[in-house]
Design a protein around this ligand. Structure first.
Ligand code: TRP
Length: 334
């Protein structure tokens, strides 16, 4: 099915609460990769336990995340969709890479500093070595390209450093991955503070539109979107709110900003906000419907997981054998 295509890998935390920023800037565009690349999309349940989880919820969100990926257009026949803990080589290589990652490097990771500030009562070793596990996710599949958000660039840089370091000591072992930051239309801002990126963990629910929000919720959030004291529907400085709404509108409709500005010329802000909400809710309806259908079909999701794990395992095992040989681990003849 995949031959010797170059590899794309991305990991996603098991949470069903992805935003339209994640959708428009990332997931929606992932399906285009599968022509040219062998794509792995991994639900990273092992990363998730670096913060305390309720087991039943972790399990449910793992299914949800897989279903959401499929609902957003990732065809399991054309992409390897799998769950991290189903492929034991992630943990195995994770330990190895821990031994090639420096304390000082991990100490500099801003996500570690943020998360330890937020979880002061549970600053565990896994939270600290998280980036080495992430490097193992990527390096196991000889990944060329890693689509990531801005917040993961530092971790990706570290994965590259670890790969280079290992290659320098043991000879060519890992492909050194490149980050892929989506161009155009990617940056969706908060509806309440349009100078800040829309964040899935924003405490103010009105600031964030989620892929799975109901139409009522979507309309309410757009209605309340912060704008400015002017009355012109154009992009520009001091008009971050309107700029963001125009940007969201053009992303969903594939129109240009100029076209959108012309279309809305002379319209009041209230009506404009409703129009953007309408387009957003209607565009997401098929995703929401498909998600509901998939969540009602656990057997199908389990089949996707099994197929994905088998494919990932085959390729992960190949890299892991190479690593074991290079390290000088003895081989068991069975
Ligand atoms: N750390 C990433 C995040 O929090 C998730 C992730 C885990 C990942 N492994 C990965 C992303 C490998 C890209 C590649 O969003």
């Amino acid at each position: 099915m995949f031959n010797d295509k170059k590899v794309v890998f991305s990991g996603v935390q098991p949470s069903g609460n992805l935003t339209i920023g994640n959708y428009l800037g990332a997931i929606r565009n992932f399906s285009a990769f599968s022509e040219e690349y062998h794509c792995y999309y991994c639900v990273v349940d092992m990363h998730a336990i670096t913060v305390r989880q309720v087991p039943a919820e972790l399990r449910r969100r793992t299914y949800e995340t897989l279903a959401l990926y499929i609902a957003c257009g990732l065809d399991p026949q054309k992409n390897t969709l799998f769950v991290q803990s189903h492929v034991p080589q992630h943990a195995e290589l994770g330990w190895v890479l821990d031994c090639y990652t420096m304390f000082g490097e991990l100490s500099r990771m801003t996500q570690f500093k943020d998360k330890s500030a937020k979880n002061a009562d549970n600053i565990n070793a896994g939270l600290f070595t998280y980036p080495a596990l992430m490097a193992s996710d990527i390096l196991l599949y000889q990944t060329e390209l890693v689509p990531v958000g801005q917040d993961q660039k530092q971790h990706l840089e570290l994965a590259r450093d670890i790969a280079n370091r290992f290659n320098q000591i043991y000879g060519e072992t890992f492909v050194v991955p490149e980050g892929y930051i989506a161009k155009g239309g990617a940056k969706i801002m908060s509806l309440q503070e349009p100078t800040k990126k829309m964040s899935k963990s924003d405490a103010n629910e009105n600031a964030v539109v989620r892929i799975l929000d109901s139409k009522d919720d979507i309309m309410r959030k757009f209605k309340r979107a912060v704008t400015d004291s002017g009355n012109e529907i154009i992009c520009g400085e001091g008009k971050e709110g309107i700029t963001n709404l125009l940007n969201i509108y053009t992303c969903f409709t594939n129109k240009t900003v100029e076209e959108a500005q012309r279309e809305f010329a002379g319209m009041g802000y209230g009506a404009f906000k409703l129009a953007v909400g309408e387009v957003c809710a209607d565009s997401l309806r098929p995703v929401r419907d498909e998600f509901a259908r998939l969540m009602a079909d656990k057997a199908y999701l389990e089949q996707v997981m099994a197929q994905g794990a088998e494919d990932a395992y085959k390729n992960a095992r190949r890299t892991m054998s190479k690593v074991r040989r290079k390290l000088g681990f003895t081989e068991l003849k069975r």
